[in-house]
Design a protein around this ligand. Structure first.
Ligand code: NDP
Ligand code: OXD
Length: 316
């Protein structure tokens, strides 16, 4: 009989202990015999690790790892760890319940922007029954990144009647979404009135939206960033907001998190800051995906055949 798999759980900011029970439950459902342990720095001979910003010594201490499961979608910080062994397969979550929450977040801010709902909120709400209502054509929404999450966001936005366009590295065919390929970014931006960034951070997407690119958006455009902050040059974004080229920015992700208390974004009148909460990883669906992944690996499947296998050269 195969030896029981030991799984190290090292989830730093996500509270490792709270994941043990969902992982156990998910294992029982997947028919997998595994032992999950919160990793405390001592060697447990783990065959797999479930991580989010793990301590770097994990990879030096646990030398028998066969794969590492990232308890989130973005892997840029994990891949940037010099301690991560080069050949160790990395798997990430694919949707796992994050996509609908992020679609909800984006649609909430779209309604707020397009109906100027802020007028009715806050300490001095407008009390005018005859306040202006938008009756024209809805603005064009452009979604950068049409992966597990971006596609869901694009489809949710389209379901509310917005014309939606999407940009991805490889061409996509999604019902009701106008698709733009990698070489068509300028054209994509020129026709986008509300830009939603759902890109992973990779060598190719780092600093992608600089002054030149953001300036291609029409005057008065809005930005919602739920992907990664490193895809946008902060100083260029602030300058374009101050100059009035961009009307507003809703930012859920930041180059430094937690966002430092003195950062300009906190106080800028055209910026809404949320503390990286658009897509919190829901424990049970995530645990199920991880348990199914481990079960398949234990059954002999190659890691590259699993959903969420990260192409380390590509960076996502
Ligand atoms: P996926 O890997 O499924 O999708 C990534 C998308 O980006 C794909 O459509 C991909 O193109 C596209 N893309 C990648 N590189 C490029 C490029 N150079 N040019 C054009 N398009 C590119 O990721 P997910 O949808 O699961 O997640 C996206 C990101 O959202 C995560 O990486 C993470 O950073 C962020 N995130 C944020 C959360 C939050 O709470 N704020 C929560 C969860 C995720 P192609 O389809 O051709 O591969
Ligand atoms: C993720 C995130 O990548 O929460 O999952 O940002």
């Amino acid at each position: 009989m195969a030896e029981r798999a030991v799984v190290a759980v090292a989830l730093s900011s996500m509270d490792s202990a709270s994941w043990i029970e969902p992982l156990r439950q998910a294992c029982a459902t997947a028919g997998l015999d595994a032992r999950f342990e919160v990793w405390d720095g001592r060697r447990i001979d783990a065959r797999y690790a479930v991580v989010w910003l793990p301590p770097p010594q994990l990879f030096a201490v646990e030398r028998s790892l066969r794969a590492v499961f990232n308890a989130g979608a973005g892997v840029e910080r994990l891949l940037a760890m010099p301690e991560l062994p080069p050949g160790l397969p990395v798997l990430r979550l694919v949707d796992a319940g994050m996509a609908p929450k992020m679609a909800e977040y984006v649609c909430f801010f779209l309604a707020r922007i397009t109906r100027a709902l802020d007028r009715f909120l806050g300490p001095n709400p407008l009390r005018d029954w005859h306040a202006d209502r938008p009756r024209g054509a809805p603005p064009i929404v452009g979604v950068l990144g049409l992966g597990a999450i971006g596609a869901r966001i694009a489809q949710a936005v389209a379901a509310f009647g917005y014309p939606v366009r999407g940009w991805s590295r490889t061409p996509k065919q999604l019902a009701g979404i106008e698709a733009f390929a990698a070489g068509q970014l300028d054209e994509f931006l020129a026709g986008t009135q509300i830009l939603v960034d759902v890109l992973p951070l990779t060598d190719e997407t780092r600093d992608l939206l600089d002054r030149a690119r953001l300036s291609r958006l029409p005057r008065g455009a809005h930005l919602i960033n739920v992907g990664r902050a490193g895809t946008i040059v902060d100083a260029d974004l602030l300058a374009l907001l101050d100059e009035g080229h961009l009307a507003s920015a809703v930012l859920d992700v930041f180059r430094v998190e937690p966002l430092p208390a003195d950062h300009l974004f906190w106080h800028h009148p055209k910026v809404t800051v949320t503390p990286h909460l658009s897509g919190p990883t829901p424990r049970l669906p995530a645990a199920r995906q991880i348990a199914e992944g481990i079960a398949r690996l234990e059954a002999g499947a190659p890691a590259a055949a699993l959903p969420g296998y990260v192409d380390r050269a590509r960076g996502y």
